[in-house]
Design a protein around this ligand. Structure first.
Ligand SMILES: Cc1ncc(COP(=O)(O)O)c(C=O)c1O
Length: 404
């Protein structure tokens, strides 16, 4: 027996596939190759000026010490004000826990509520980390397949059918990474009715709440009724809306006993989220919101451009793409390209191989749908500059046209 055997739960963890895809692209870049990189899910903008200033001022004022483990009162209060302002939801600061990014928030919710023998319902395609974070608690992800035709929306019937006596949670992501699928209020309300009827808590990951495009509407899951609200645990944060991925601030809003237990866990794990980042997040939530809209408008323009390039691919190559209602991803079905001879002479048998060949031959980096539980698909992040977007589509067009 080796002295350092790994815990079976950690040993079974796979590295984040999106980060792995980005690393592969970086490796090529390291060799001096210009890679058109569409792998990473973060805004390419810098954090707005007034938020940076708040962080600098906090630092200068000596806010550089440990904070309460669950976050500073000012930020919890700012979160409550923001949910009242944006969604007319009433929460008390005791219902808010601040963590090191929404990913950490999700981990803490799952670690607090789930254990061996529990099941967590996750609609697919799902964000890469969900399955791993559920498995880390010893619970089992119960995957519910959604379809491209429905815009990747789980129906209430599918939700109800997946529930068993062991169901602990529904993990819902709206708008979705990787599909951009955005539930209509009526669709959410129908899921909420099932949750109330069957008494199933819902972890609603709303991190892309501010990135919504014409024709879609965002509703926080907690808004439908007091009964739904009582079962809802909201996770969100500043990463996507305020271009603050590196600051690592996310939050959980939910019932006081759950928040308290999460706070205990967090106090043992990490002490507290970064002090300076918390003050920056207060400025983000309380300050002017026009930069959020300004960035959304740029994403909207890029989305339009990307869709205009991808639409003709349906007729030309059999590649289809459900327009995303939110977030900043296109999730397209490339299964028609599998089995074809691609440039360089290779044949891809699955989406992972297709993405590898595309990277090697056309120097375009996408993330395979396999990483999201969606074989035959690829994800493109349009959170990148216009020139890269144009060159990327030009290179993909050339690659696809040469396939036989
Ligand atoms: C669906 C989803 N949830 C949560 C997160 C985590 O965000 P954060 O940077 O706040 O940890 C991401 C980031 O990519 C995401 O796509």
């Amino acid at each position: 027996m080796p002295a350092m055997t790994l815990s079976p739960l950690v040993d079974a963890l796979k590295p984040s596939a999106t980060l792995a895809a980005a690393a592969k692209a970086r490796e090529l870049k390291g060799k001096g190759i210009k890679v058109l990189d569409f792998t990473l899910g973060e805004p390419d903008f810098n954090t707005p000026e007034h938020i940076q200033t708040a962080a600098i001022e906090a630092m200068k004022a000596g806010k550089t010490h440990y904070t309460p483990s669950g976050g500073i009162a000012e930020l919890k209060e700012a979160v409550c004000r923001a949910y009242k302002r944006d969604y007319n939801l009433d929460y008390a600061p005791a219902q808010v826990l601040v963590s090191n990014g929404a990913k950490h928030s999700i981990h803490n919710v799952l670690a607090t509520l789930c254990g061996p023998g529990d099941e967590v319902i996750i609609p697919t395609p799902y964000w890469v980390s969900y399955g791993a974070l559920v498995e880390l608690t010893g619970a089992v992800p119960v995957l519910v397949d959604t379809t491209e035709a429905s815009g990747f929306i789980m129906t209430p019937e599918q939700f109800a059918a997946a529930i068993t006596p062991r169901t602990k949670l529904l993990l819902l992501n709206n708008p979705s990474n990787p599909t951009g699928g955005t539930y209509t209020p009526a669709q959410l309300e129908a899921l909420g009715k099932v949750a109330v009827e069957k008494n199933i808590p819902v972890l609603s990951d709303e991190i892309y709440e501010k990135l919504i495009y014409p024709g879609s509407e965002f509703r926080s899951f907690a808004t439908f009724s007091p009964e739904v609200k009582a079962l809802t645990i909201i996770v969100s944060g500043v990463s996507k809306a305020y271009a603050m991925t590196g600051w690592r601030i996310g939050w959980t809003i939910g019932p006081v006993p759950v928040i308290k237990a999460m706070d205990n866990l967090q106090s043992q794990e990490t002490s507290n989220p970064c002090s300076v980042s918390q003050y920056a997040a207060v400025a983000a939530l309380d300050g002017p919101q026009d930069s959020v809209e300004a960035m959304r408008v740029v994403f909207e323009r890029r989305r339009e451009y990307a869709l205009s390039r991808i639409r003709p691919w349906q007729e030309k190559y059999g590649i289809t793409c459900a327009p995303p209602g939110g977030a900043f991803y296109l999730f397209f079905n490339i299964s028609s390209m599998l089995g074809k001879k691609l440039p360089g002479g290779q044949v891809a048998k699955d989406a992972s191989e297709f993405c590898t060949i595309l990277l090697e031959q056309a120097h375009v980096a996408l993330v395979t749908g396999d990483a999201f539980g969606a074989p035959g698909f690829a994800r493109l992040s349009f959170a990148t500059d216009d020139t890269t977007l144009k060159l990327g589509f030009d290179a993909m067009e050339e690659f696809l046209a040469a396939a036989i």
